[in-house]
Design a protein around this ligand. Structure first.
Ligand code: URA
Length: 239
């Protein structure tokens, strides 16, 4: 791939902006030699304004989503892309969230440009479980776990029952719930159906991949190969 196209696909600018950067000498090799549009060195030896280039695709990021940010640029207000370098919203192929989290939900969000991975993790029959930590408005009464596990709960406005979900009660108003599907506002609507109200929701794992303790809210990093491999394993937590 030509250098101009490579940089444009990585979101460093439009083709004409990238051409301008090249003319200005912003793109060099590791020895500081200015690269031109006809040069084609190995990816790892290209610097943009002195910094190594972002990784080429397929790229998958792990992100600790804070509350108050939506996952789509179609929504008004702050979006998760505001917390990433601006060029990440301009990459081609696009970096998409792997299953959206609500504006007020926090926790583990993956972003990827790998279409196959995206499909495998979000398709309706995905065997990759998603685990959420839930804080409730009122105490858990005891009927919730069998209701969620029944495979018979039909959410308001829907016809198809939910797949069984596992509820682990952690305290009076605290629980962990494991889902193997991802319907709109699913956890909040499940607890509403059970007569309660979710006051805080955090996704803590996708399959065997857990949100690391050292990844603070708003922080992100690229996924390592071993972490990607964890996403290929069917979660032992799946109900
Ligand atoms: N369920 C919800 O209700 N909201 C989320 O963000 C994710 C799962």
């Amino acid at each position: 791939m030509k250098l101009v196209k490579l940089l444009a696909n990585l979101g460093y600018g439009s083709r004409s902006q990238v051409e301008r950067f090249l003319r200005q000498g912003a793109v060099t090799d590791l020895d500081g030699k200015i690269l031109g549009s006809r040069d084609f060195p190995p990816h790892a030896s290209i610097l943009f304004k002195g910094e190594p280039l972002d990784a080429p695709g397929p790229l998958t990021l792990m992100f600790h989503k804070p509350a108050g940010y939506t996952c789509s640029t179609d929504d008004p207000g702050d979006t998760i892309y505001d917390l990433l370098p601006a060029r990440y919203a301009l990459r081609n192929p696009i970096l998409s969230p792997v299953g959206r989290l609500d504006k007020d939900t926090t926790g583990l969000l993956l972003m990827t440009d790998d279409g196959q991975l995206l499909h495998r993790l979000i398709r309706p029959k995905s065997e990759v479980a998603k685990v959420y930590q839930v804080t409730l408005d009122r105490p858990i009464e005891g009927h919730e776990a069998p209701l969620f596990a029944s495979g018979e709960l039909v959410l308001r406005g829907e016809e198809r029952p939910l797949l069984p979900a596992a509820l682990e009660v952690l305290g009076d108003k605290e629980a962990r719930i494991t889902l193997s599907e991802g319907r709109y506002h699913q956890v909040r609507r499940m607890f509403a159906a059970a007569g309660n109200h979710v006051v805080a929701l955090k996704r803590i794992a996708i399959g065997e991949l857990r949100l690391p303790d050292d990844l603070a809210e708003g922080e992100w990093r690229t996924l390592e190969a071993e972490e990607l491999a964890l996403l290929s394993r069917k979660s032992s937590a799946a109900p």
